[in-house]
Design a protein around this ligand. Structure first.
Ligand code: GLY
Length: 564
């Protein structure tokens, strides 16, 4: 981004702000509720539920369902996600893990040919690439255990959007273009998401009658409306006749898991973030632990970027080696999030020289899908939700189970398709994220809460492996005292150990800094376009102001509503 386009972006960013100055300092209840999501219709659904007296968890169900309809390229009933929640009355926090699981008929070499090479596309397109969805189970669980309104009420906006349709925008056109081939291979996807086999024009209305019926089954029967009965039977018939391996047993076995979030501290800022099978919380805390000993505020910008990149490099290396589904592998959470461990990593960082990743032998991280969605919610009691939800690639696998409107994920691609193969250093790795029946693939999704004595931040973003570093940049900006409009507008840079170069958005680094970083031995690559679509809320407790912002790179909206 050039300077000029940054200022345009600032203007375009949807920022909402609400305050009641009469409220006392350190009020336990916010003066306003807020919803920030990647689509205005989803934000509206969340606000409607809050206006009906629902809490943040009710609103989260409504937003999840609405996004499943109006952002089919990012998330959906056929996908999975993580919902980090905070209940104000007793300060209880948990992460609802609705990540997809590998089907029971999956096996570790299922994407390899007889020579042991990865068959291109098999883990990305069509029903064989899909894990067992977790979104319907997570919505039903969240509504039943934490919500206060009936599921029927919570799903009503999504059902209406599916019946009445939503309009195609430029973002939709881009992503449908990117996945056109996969969409053409599925009769229902072609009929729903393309127009006569082509990208629909701007303003074209996408209606999803079958999806409305599936949502209605969940509204009436909860979990079983999706995983049992007519919807399940129809999905399984469609998946199996197109070469998929899902069975009713997979549906019977699917369970969400409530997990203890990952916690950390950065100079008095408390971090609460996603637990494994996401790598997000661990890598975020590890990077912040490494950085905590540096006076970043007094460091020139090139040196600051250098230190951040070195922290990223080390955390991503650990991510590739150690992380996977904690129900299948031992994840050394306390070691990786320990400040003492970070001291050791920091000791290997030089101020005057980049560390080549080759000097830190490890494992090449797997490629990860980059289309996902995030939303943040704060209600008038101070309940909050930070949720990141996905179907992995844009439009997931591209396959819609005939007659159900359910677009399947391609989350199986988040496993390492070929673990155990020695890397350039002879190390065997990525076993932690090998495919196994019933296992959850490793994720980078990083829904996060940050708290200081001055305020509370709720944030997250899509963006595949870059998610964690985007949240890191946002966290440091919150710590520096800036507001959500600033976090979502920041120019972004990223390093993930391998490939060994700094990726950055246009305008994210100054020319002078690029030269200094090169002189330290860093390689840099400007990416085409942008990354991320951050949705963020701040409750500034000192001033008792709630503000929210939606990333200008997307089409989302952030709104606050003053509490009665
Ligand atoms: N599919 C992207 C992620 O889970 O990180």
């Amino acid at each position: 981004m050039k300077k000029l386009s940054i200022s345009i972006l600032v203007l375009l960013t949807l920022v909402a702000c609400a305050t009641t100055p009469q409220n006392s300092l350190n009020s336990t209840k916010p003066p306003a509720s807020a919803v920030a999501s990647a689509h205005p219709l989803a934000t509206k659904a969340g606000l409607q539920i809050l206006a009906l007296g629902g809490n943040a968890f009710d609103a989260a169900v409504a937003v999840t369902a609405a996004l499943a309809v109006v952002e089919p390229y990012s998330s959906g009933l056929g996908g999975g996600g993580f919902w980090l929640i905070h209940r104000a009355e007793d300060e209880f926090q948990t992460m609802i893990d609705g990540r997809e699981t590998a089907p029971l008929k999956a096996h570790r070499d299922m994407y390899l040919d007889e020579k042991g090479n990865v068959i291109e596309g098999l883990s990305m397109d069509g029903p064989l690439s899909a894990g067992i969805p977790g979104v319907p189970a997570a919505m039903a669980h969240m509504a039943k255990k934490y919500g206060s309104l009936p599921l029927k009420t919570l799903l009503a906006p999504a059902i209406r959007y599916a019946e009445e349709g939503f309009q195609v925008d430029a973002h939709y056109q881009n992503l449908a273009g990117f996945r056109k081939k996969a969409l053409l291979d599925s009769a229902d996807a072609k009929r729903l998401f393309l127009l006569d086999g082509e990208i629909p024009p701007l303003g074209h209305v996408i209606k999803q009658a079958d999806l409305a019926v599936t949502l209605d089954a969940i509204a009436r029967q909860g979990h079983d409306g999706f995983y049992r009965g007519p919807v399940a039977r129809q999905m399984l018939r469609g998946v199996q006749s197109a070469g998929g391996i899902w069975t009713q047993k997979d549906f019977d076995n699917y369970k969400i898991v409530e997990r203890e979030p990952i916690r950390g501290e950065y100079r008095g800022m408390r971090i609460t973030s996603a637990a494994p099978p996401s790598s997000g919380g661990i890598a975020l805390v590890e990077m912040l632990n490494i950085l905590a000993a540096y006076p970043l505020e007094q460091t020139d910008s090139a040196s600051r970027t250098h230190l951040l990149v070195e922290a990223m490099r080390r955390a991503y290396r650990d991510r590739a080696i150690y992380l996977g589904d904690p129900d299948f592998v031992d994840v050394p959470v306390s070691k990786l999030t320990s400040p003492i461990y970070a001291d050791g990593l920091r000791a290997s960082i030089r101020d005057d020289k980049a560390t080549p990743s080759a000097n830190l032998p490890g494992i090449k991280p797997g490629e990860e899908g980059f289309h996902t969605t995030h939303f943040s919610i704060l209600d008038d009691d101070g309940n909050r939700v930070s949720a990141t939800v996905t179907v992995n690639y844009p439009f997931g696998s591209g396959f819609v189970a005939p007659g159900t409107g359910v677009l399947l994920n391609d989350e199986m691609d988040d496993f390492s398709a070929k673990p155990g193969v020695p890397n350039a250093y002879g190390l065997v790795g990525a076993e932690a994220n090998a495919i196994a029946p019933g296992k959850r693939p490793l994720s980078s999704m990083t829904p996060t809460f940050l708290e200081t004595d001055k305020g509370l931040a709720i944030l997250g973003t899509p963006g595949g492996s870059r998610i964690i570093t985007m949240v890191l940049l946002g966290a440091l900006d919150f710590y520096a005292g800036n507001d959500p409009a600033s976090w979502v507008n920041l120019g972004r840079f990223h390093h993930q150990y391998l490939p060994d170069y700094i990726q950055y958005e246009e305008g994210a680094l100054q020319q002078e800094d690029i030269q200094k970083l090169k002189a330290l031995g860093h390689e840099l690559k400007q990416i085409n376009g942008h990354f991320g679509n951050m949705q963020a809320i701040l409750w500034q407790k000192e001033t008792n102001v709630v503000s929210a912002a939606s990333d200008p790179r997307g089409v989302g909206s952030a709104e606050t509503q003053i509490n009665p």
